[in-house]
Ligand binder design. Sequence first.
Ligand SMILES: Nc1ncnc2c1ncn2[C@@H]1O[C@H](COP(=O)(O)OP(=O)(O)OP(=O)(O)O)[C@@H](O)[C@H]1O
Ligand SMILES: [Mg+2]
Length: 254
Amino acid sequence: MAINKAKIFAVTSVKGGTGKTTMVLNLAGIFSLQKKKVLIVDLDLYGSAIAASLNLKYKHDLYTLADDLQNNKFDFIEKYVTKYNDFIDVLPAPKDLRNANHIDSKFLHIILSKASMKYDIMLIDTNHFLSEINLVTFDQCDEILYVITNDPIDLKNMKSMVAIYKNMKNKNYKIILNEAKDIQRNYFSNIDIKNIIKDNIDYTVPNHFYIKNIDKYVLDGEILTLNTKIRNSRKKGIKNLEMLANNLLKDKKD
Ligand SMILES: Nc1ncnc2c1ncn2[C@@H]1O[C@H](COP(=O)(O)OP(=O)(O)OP(=O)(O)O)[C@@H](O)[C@H]1O
Ligand SMILES: [Mg+2]
C-alpha cells in the first residue's frame, strides 16, 4: 500500500470568533467532494467545537491518544478517529475539558506525523492564542491560514502578527478575509484593510456567503459546503472556497 504524506493546514486567527471552525468544516467539505481523504484535528482544546458541530458520537479523542502514547499503549491512528462520512474523519478535542491541560505538545509531532501517513489533507482547527501547542502545530504545517474579519481590533492584531512574520522572514501563511461572518461590519474597504495590516488579503469569503440560519445547519451537524441548497444559492462563495482549496494543494512548503 502506498504511504501518503498529507498536506497539513492550520486554521487560526488573532482574535476569537472570526470563523475558523466554520472555515475548517467548509474546506473539509470541498476537499471531500474532490474525493480527498481529510482528517480534521480539533486543536481548539478548550473549545471542542468540531465534534459538536458535526454531532459526532465518539469514545476516543486527542487526550486518549496522547495518554496512550505516553503509556506505550498506542497501536494505530484509526482507533482514535471518528468518521463523519466516507472522506472526512475527525480527531476530536478532549471530551472531558479537564483533560485539555494534560496534552503535552511533545506528543503533537508524533500524532501529526502518524496521521499524515493516512490522509491526503489534514485541517487543524486552533484557537487564537500563540500557545506552545499552536506554535508546535504551526511548525509542522505546510501553511497557516489566518481568518480575519472587518473589525478594528482584529485588523490591528493582524498587523502585529504580520510584523512578527516579517521579522522572522517567514511567509508561510495566507490571510483570508471573512466578510460573511458579520455583514453589518463592512466599513473598511480592502484597501483600508491592506493599509492597516500591511499585507495582502489572499482570499475573501464574500458577504454573499452569509448564512442567516447557520445555527440550523450546526444543530443538524451539516457542513455548509456539502449542502445542495447552499451550493446552489451561494455559488460565488463556494467558488472562492474552491479556489482557496485548489491553491492550497498547489502551494509548496518553503
Ligand atoms: N458564513 C457565515 N454566515 C453566518 N454566520 C457565520 C458564518 N461563518 C461564521 N459564522 C458565525 O460566526 C460565529 C463564529 O464562527 P466560528 O465558530 O466558525 O468562529 P471561530 O473563529 O472558530 O470561533 P472561536 O474563536 O470561538 O473558536 C459563529 O456563530 C458562526 O455561526
Ligand atoms: Mg472555533
